[in-house]
Design a protein around this ligand. Structure first.
Ligand code: AMP
Length: 539
């Protein structure tokens, strides 16, 4: 057979040749909706690639991109690796200090940024000596005044050449992208994706038991392209010839709903986005006309959200688990024949799991001694993974993340049932250990969100003199609702053993979130410590 190096630029070549007219709908910085297609994205990517070369970018150089999901960003997904460079996605929600750290650590030569993010870069550019140019993703007419030096307008680069450009060739194991992940301690860590890992990952994530994409689908990634390799959708959609809808910087429920109604058939985001959207739909008495499936991952999806999407709006939920270190897909909850036979409630029980892995992802759970645990849906243990798009080590970091058999410790705690369905019960550092027994914070949180007046919930362990730790619950109520403690505890007691029911409930206006929209238990613990919160029995 022929040797066919898996390089991501072959994906966009394929989309432009065989699916040229598939529509790319994109919201721009003014809120206007623009239309493009894979042929145009391909042409523009070639033009920008050529311009990068003219700017002195060489194979292996790193280009930082701080941008929302929009047409120009999709062009960068291909123009950067197309000239042999590495696409470093930057999360604008990171603390400034962390942004400076990662730009320097990755040694970004050029930054390409969206118009509304200029103020962030203006603040930090003096501390980022490796950056030679800043490219603003805008047309010439709207190019703003800025204190940044060596600034270039994206569309000026686009219009300065003809796109007659051969992608730079290389090995399939060349670096293609970098995404930093924030650990609990220390600086963020860089995960480097190769052309091969991204191609393999796109192939598996588009397959029928995963996202099941095809040329008849129109996918809207609400999840930003800078979060966990953009859940790979920037590669999977053109590989499968799907249309794309890109929401830009307006992630308000009204704006998302408007775009979902542009023929979107499948969409993807973290649960918080969907909680807000479902409230909006309910309030405005709206429904979906084209949406068929919603991918929910990044943190555990509450049962109430799954139920609402499916029962009330006729949209199937695909609950997924993954992590930046896994490119990111680990498992998706699609139905195997054993599950299809079950009744509605039993199926919902299964959908609270995150499903099963595709080919190339291998999983196991172990006890504290490293011994394999049975797949009985009950035994909870450390979750390990290995595969063709799973990390080996972090960028410029000597620590080997895998053992002799390639197993990578995910830091998650999970069960696996007899059909191979994975359920994440906790992050190892978030697990609540009461009297030596583990209590799943995720089960408590999901049960609490099942209460009609609860918007968001976070369970954490606090010190207790007898039990070492006991669970307490932090709640944010839905707007204009005032749920009482007893009714929330009653709801939780329907789902967990009596000793696992939280001992106290604290009501807050807001729960702190991480830069990727997940509840930040670290920030929450800090807040409770600062407020000098103590378990009710030791007050
Ligand atoms: P990140 O790399 O930022 O995407 O974070 C990865 C982590 O998010 C995982 O290790 C899990 O702890 C958590 N996570 C992702 N998806 C899920 C899910 N469906 N249920 C529970 N936790 C999840």
């Amino acid at each position: 057979m022929q040797n066919f190096p898996l390089r991501v630029n072959k994906i966009i070549d394929h989309a432009a040749k065989y699916h040229p007219k598939r529509e790319i709908i994109s919201r721009d910085f003014k809120g206007e909706i623009n239309h493009s297609n894979w042929k145009e994205i391909h042409q523009n990517a070639k033009k920008i690639s050529k311009s990068f070369q003219k700017l002195g970018i060489k194979k292996g150089d790193v280009i930082g991109v701080m941008a929302w999901n929009n047409r120009r960003h999709m062009e960068l997904v291909y123009s950067i690796p197309g000239c042999g460079a590495i696409n470093h996605t930057l999360n604008p929600r990171l603390f400034v200090g962390q942004l400076i750290y990662i730009i320097n650590h990755a040694n970004d030569k050029i930054l390409v940024i969206d118009l509304d993010l200029i103020p962030i870069i203006e603040k930090i550019i003096e501390k980022c000596p490796s950056v030679q140019n800043v490219i603003i993703m805008v047309d010439e007419k709207n190019m703003p005044e800025t204190s940044l030096k060596n600034v270039i307008c994206y569309d000026e680069l686009l219009n300065e050449n003809d796109g007659d450009f051969e992608w730079v060739s290389g090995s399939e194991t060349d670096a293609c992208g970098i995404c930093y992940t924030s650990g609990t301690t220390g600086n963020p860590k860089g995960v480097v994706y190769t052309h091969r890992s991204n191609c393999l990952h796109a192939l598996i994530s588009g397959s029928p038991d995963m996202l099941s994409l095809s040329s008849t689908e129109k996918i809207m990634p609400v999840v930003p392209l800078f979060h966990a390799n953009g859940w790979s959708i920037g590669y999977t959609a053109p590989m499968m010839g799907s249309s794309m809808v890109l929401p830009g910087n307006d992630l308000s429920p009204a704006a998302l709903y408007e775009l979902l109604e542009k023929g979107t058939t499948i969409t993807a985001a973290v649960p918080t986005v969907w909680l807000l959207l479902l409230n909006f739909l309910e309030e405005k008495k709206l429904s979906f006309s084209s949406l068929k499936r919603v991918v929910i991952g990044g943190s555990a999806c509450p049962r109430a959200v799954i139920e609402k999407f499916q029962e009330k709006y006729g949209v199937d939920v695909l609950h997924a688990w993954g992590m930046t270190e896994m490119s990111p897909l680990g498992t998706v909850c699609s139905f195997k024949p054993e599950i299809l036979k079950l009744n509605k409630t039993e199926k919902l029980n299964i959908q609270e799991t995150t499903g099963h892995p595709p080919f190339t992802v291998d999983l196991k759970i172990t006890n504290d001694n490293g011994e394999d645990l049975p797949w009985d849906g009950k035994s909870q243990g450390k979750l390990w993974s290995r595969g063709g798009s799973v990390v080996k080590n972090y960028l410029k970091n000597n620590e080997n993340l895998i053992d002799n058999d390639n197993w990578f410790d995910t830091g998650d705690v999970a069960t696996i049932d007899e059909n191979g369905y994975l359920k994440i019960t906790d992050r190892s550092k978030d697990v609540i250990k009461s009297g030596g027994e583990w209590i799943s914070s995720i089960i408590i949180e999901n049960a609490a969100v099942g209460h009609p007046d609860v918007a968001e919930a976070a369970a954490i362990g606090v010190f207790h003199p007898k039990w070492d730790e006991r669970p307490i619950l932090v709640i944010v109520a839905k707007p204009n609702k005032n749920p009482d403690k007893e009714s929330i505890l009653l709801e939780i007691s329907k789902h967990v053993a009596k000793w696992q029911v939280p001992d106290d409930i604290i009501f807050l206006d807001e729960i702190p979130h991480t830069a990727t929209g997940k509840i930040s238990k670290i920030a929450l613990r800090d807040k409770l410590n600062n407020d000098n919160y103590k378990h009710p029995e030791i007050k």
